[in-house]
Ligand binder design. Structure first.
Ligand code: IPM
Ligand code: MG
Length: 389
């Protein structure tokens, strides 16, 4: 049977509601101020949110390393750490919310956040199908730029991905409509304000870091309205940066070109809508040694959040192996945090020590099992290495 008048009305009602909400979001973006100037601030509050699964174990070690590097700043009162532990799947399930209200308040009282992985429920899990805490945090704190660097110096690879983080297929990804039993519809949202700010951020990064090329990735030949808007905006903004080559690729061929050794090293800064950014940054991280080796920065004008890009590994916890989980990804995220709030010297020390401990010297090896080092031992090794730099 075709759609009934009631079903049609219900679907229209839901769609109307989405449009109202998204149009309110546009108005909020128009009012948005500029980025925080950390240099001018007397105090920076760093929230440490362990998440769940192996999250608290690895994030706790990253916090020890940060506290070690920022010891003087903490003593002077310039930096304060706050542990926020309410973001577990058990609590989120109990209150049926992606982020419990009190946890959100605690997060909002910080300036920057270091976050461990959080479990994202999916169909068939014992948990209610609440929205991903990651996605909710990006939206709640308006963290619109997901910055993911991938570097493999010996292969000439030095990529920085600027993934749009609050719109696209993710904006209302848990709010699709089952119009009838047979007909389901999801929505993709793109706004002028949301697109301009991510594209500008990518060009500004390129300009500030001596990069000569910014590449946009879309599927604008098929997804003509939203991806089309993203690409048109990219072309307009590119005109403001005459010294930078701006080119664009479709997501399918871009995915292929990343594997092409003769072409891939030419990419420098890549800017792309949310879903394509999600997919391609996993592919890119794989060349560097897997998603476990990458850190990710989620940057907005008022807040910034830094996270590991791997999952919460509940099986490791169930088998009593959380203390053997590799903390490198979240420690890399911590290095990005240091650099973001203006402690570049400490960030550089941490990157150097990470290279020594994981590549050149490797006195301790993490295997995820009893035969490997614990994350506490690894953090000790890192700090000892930093002392010796
Ligand atoms: C990522 C992850 C998240 C995403 C998940 C965990 C919601 O894959 O950070 O890339 O899809 O954005
Ligand atoms: Mg992903």
């Amino acid at each position: 049977m075709s759609i009934t008048a009631e079903q049609l009305a219900a679907a229209k009602e839901k769609f109307g509601q989405l449009l109202l909400e998204q149009s309110e979001r546009v108005e909020k973006m128009k009012q948005q101020g500029d980025f925080l100037d950390y240099k001018a601030m007397d105090k920076i509050i760093i929230g440490v949110c362990g998440g769940d699964g192996i999250g608290p174990a690895i994030t706790g070690q990253a916090q020890r390393v940060l506290e070690f590097l920022l010891k003087d700043e903490v003593e002077k009162g310039r930096v304060e750490f706050r542990v926020i532990d309410g973001l577990t799947i058990e609590r989120r399930a109990a209150v049926q919310k992606a982020i419990p209200d009190d946890t959100l308040e605690e997060l909002k009282a910080c300036h920057v956040i270091l976050k461990g992985p959080t479990t994202t429920p999916r169909k068939g899990d014992p948990w209610p199908n609440v929205e991903s805490a990651n996605v909710a945090m990006r939206k709640e704190l308006d963290l619109f730029a997901n910055v993911r660097p991938v570097r493999i110096p010996e292969q000439g690879i030095d990529w920085t991905f600027y993934r749009e983080n609050t719109e696209g297929a993710y904006a209302v990804g848990s709010r699709g409509v089952h119009a009838t039993d047979d007909l389901a519809v999801d929505f993709t949202v793109v706004t002028s304000q949301g697109t301009e700010r991510i594209i500008r951020a990518a060009f500004e990064y390129a300009k500030a870091n001596g990069k000569t090329r910014v590449t946009a990735v879309t599927k604008a030949n098929i997804i003509k309205t939203t991806d089309g808007k993203f690409l048109d905006t990219f072309r307009e903004i590119a005109k403001e940066y005459p010294g930078i080559t701006a080119d664009d690729w479709y997501i399918d061929i871009m995915t292929a070109k990343l594997i092409d050794e003769t072409r891939r090293r030419d990419f420098q800064v890549v800017v792309l809508p949310n879903l394509y950014g999600d997919i391609i940054t996993d592919e890119a991280a794989e060349f560097q040694g897997g998603v476990g080796t990458a850190g990710s920065a989620n940057i907005g004008k008022r807040y910034a959040m830094f996270e590991a890009i791997h999952g919460s590994a509940p099986r490791m916890v169930a088998e009593g192996r959380a203390k053997y989980a590799d903390p490198c990804s979240v420690i890399r995220a911590a290095a990005m945090l240091l650099s973001h709030i203006g402690y570049q010297k400490q960030a550089d020390e941490l990157y150097r020590a990470l290279d020594i401990c994981t590549i050149t010297e490797r006195r301790l090896v993490m295997t995820g099992h009893e035969d490997g080092a614990t994350n506490e031992q690894f953090a000790d090794y890192l700090m000892e290495t930093i002392r010796g730099l």
